[in-house]
Ligand binder design. Structure first.
Ligand code: ADP
Length: 572
């Protein structure tokens, strides 16, 4: 037995001890691993919470606070807080009230009131201005507060929405402006309808009176004269309204062509000479400091603006007064002429409170203006828009009872070519030869002319034929462009003296017909062709010339203009 025990103690004890040590080591390792696992789990929870919190505040313009409901202790402030507010979060942790510094006292009171009224059932949302870090102006933020499921915490999330807010404010402003514009359009339409109906009513009334008094030529003549002047007024009004609506829809195009400022002054001078004389007004047009005379721009539109100022000056200045127009070269810079055009009168003047409204459509100083002086109040609005399109500006100065001056400042490129300026601008008037031609054109009549008239509308054709044949012309009518081309082709060479061509016609337009005629292989394919059309915009006139016509006469047709244009073309 002893031998057995001895054997065991000699051989097995170390084995046993080894076994026991191994078991202990495994146990310890187990303990260690369990602790380590637990430690890892704990760590995971903590960093998971942080990630969870931060997930709320991933947006750089956002931060949030976790507040213990029982004592309003701040348990967590997300890292963006300091970046957004510029406020030390330790300070806020120690005193929640510090947050009030971010807003005005009024906003703070408002927020506190909302918090007091809040029952906590729903999320509370607020928007307010606050002082963000590094910004001078107040920024805009929104906050939402809710109570967590346990009911123990407030979670307050704040986000800076300045950009969204500004976009929203800008959009609201745009919406308001669009609404205002649409309102203005409605007002414009109803005013326009009223303005058109008034002279229309007059015209129809005068025509019925003329019919009633047909036996009395003097009375009939009087009513027809009134109907005619009302029609002229209506035409001006419609042209103004069209101009205005094209301006408003951004469709007004300006011509860019070389023209002579001295010729413009000359035209204006002769245009208003007899009117001012008849009204006993002193009238003068002056050209000052010019060493160039040709510029590039829209002569027609520029003249339209000046004519409007002069017409008003003449209209609002009583007999014995004076109207002076001055063109002055101010500077020449980089190939541009800086020009001043001033229309000055010694008339009734404009009330200072009206000056700020003078460029609005349909505005007149008071209700009696239209009654005493006529007009629609559109001229100034159009003038202002045209000058602005030209990149210039208009300055108005006026004193009640003393007079008014409108000054236009515009820059226009100086045209290439002859810039010889006359010593006295009145020398710029046509020399004898040119004067003779002008006289010949003035005296030109339609007597003996053979004219091809392309017109699809029966009434228009009847009027044109009757008026021109009364002057001794012979007219042949084509009812569309195709027929006009055929009639011209079938006529002997030089059988017609001129062609008057409506534009909008069935089968072939006047433009197409003119282009066809220009292509014909005949010696008279260059016959004078004038568009005579209700298409009256600048681009229509331009297109008529582009297709090879000699010019464009707008409807309603002014037969003096027809006579003059035919004279210009035929007296070559
Ligand atoms: P209209 O002449 O058709 O009334 P405008 O738009 O050209 O329309 O002018 C608007 C208003 O401005 C006129 O009705 C008038 O009250 C005032 N006004 C313009 N020019 C003058 C001026 N030279 N003297 C006095 N009032 C003027």
């Amino acid at each position: 037995m002893n031998a057995i025990l001895g054997y065991i103690s000699r051989h097995m004890l170390p084995l046993f001890l080894l076994l026991a040590a191994s078991v202990f080591a495994v146990f310890c390792l187990g303990l260690y691993l369990r602790e380590k696992k637990r430690a890892r789990q704990t760590e995971g929870t903590v960093s998971g919470e942080r990630a969870f919190y931060q997930a709320f505040a991933v947006h750089e313009q956002e931060f949030f606070l976790l507040i213990q409901k029982s004592d309003l202790r701040i348990l967590y402030i997300s890292p963006n807080f300091q970046a957004i507010t510029g406020m030390d979060d330790a300070l806020v942790r120690s005193d929640l009230e510090t947050l009030k510094k971010l807003v005005t006292p009024k906003t703070a009171r408002h927020i506190v009131r909302q918090l007091k009224e809040w029952d906590g059932a729903q999320e509370l949302k607020m928007e307010f201005d606050y002082q963000a870090a590094g910004r001078e102006a107040f920024s805009h933020g929104c906050a939402s507060i809710q109570i967590d499921e346990s009911g123990a915490y407030y979670l307050a999330v704040f986000r800076d929405i300045t950009e969204d807010h500004e976009t929203r404010v800008a959009m609201q402003a745009e919406l308001a402006q669009a609404y205002q514009e649409s309102q203005a359009k409605t007002d414009f339409l109803s005013k326009m309808s009223h303005e058109i109906r008034t002279p229309m009513n007059g015209i129809l009334g005068m025509l019925s009176l003329a019919k009633v008094h047909v036996e009395d030529p003097q009375q009939t003549g009087y009513y027809l004269d009134r109907a005619e002047s009302l029609s002229q007024f209506l035409l001006t009004l419609i042209n103004d309204i069209l101009d205005m609506s094209r301006i408003e829809s951004g469709k007004m195009e300006l011509e860019k062509a070389a023209f002579d400022l001295f010729e413009v002054a000359e035209k204006l001078d002769s245009m208003f000479r007899s009117t001012t004389e008849a009204k006993n007004l002193q009238w003068d047009v002056q050209m000052q400091d010019f060493d160039v005379r040709r510029v590039v721009g829209d002569e027609l539109r520029m003249t339209q603006v000046i004519i409007n100022f002069i017409s008003n000056a003449v209209k609002f200045t009583p007999p014995g007064g004076a109207v002076t127009v001055t063109f002055r070269q101010m500077h020449k810079i980089d190939g541009n002429l800086h020009l001043m055009i001033r229309v000055r009168d010694t008339g009734k003047g404009i009330k200072s409170d009206f000056i700020s409204r003078i460029f609005r459509p349909f505005e007149q100083e008071d209700a009696s203006t239209a009654h005493h002086y006529g007009g629609s109040g559109l001229g100034m609005a159009i003038a202002d828009n045209i000058v602005r399109l030209m990149g210039g500006e208009i300055i108005v100065e006026s004193e009640e009872g003393k007079g008014t001056e409108f000054v236009v400042y515009i820059n226009m490129p100086i045209a290439e070519g002859d810039q010889s300026v006359p010593a006295s601008w009145k020398d710029a008037r046509p020399a004898d030869e040119a004067g003779d031609r002008k006289k010949a054109i003035e005296d030109f009549t339609l007597e003996g002319l053979h004219i091809l008239l392309a017109e699809d509308n029966d009434i228009n054709a009847e009027i044109a034929i009757e008026i021109m044949e009364m002057e001794g012309a012979v007219l042949e009518r084509a009812c569309d462009g195709l027929e006009a081309v055929r009639m011209f082709q079938e006529s002997p060479e030089n059988g017609y003296d001129a062609i008057l061509m409506d534009i909008q016609m069935p089968n072939m337009t006047g433009w197409e017909a003119a282009a066809e005629i220009r292509k014909l292989d005949r010696s008279d394919a260059d016959i004078p062709i004038f568009a005579m059309s209700a298409n009256a915009f600048v681009e229509d006139k331009r297109h008529s010339v582009e297709v090879g016509m000699n010019g464009h006469i707008s409807k309603p047709v002014d037969y003096d203009e027809v006579r003059q244009r035919l004279g210009e073309a035929l007296l070559r």
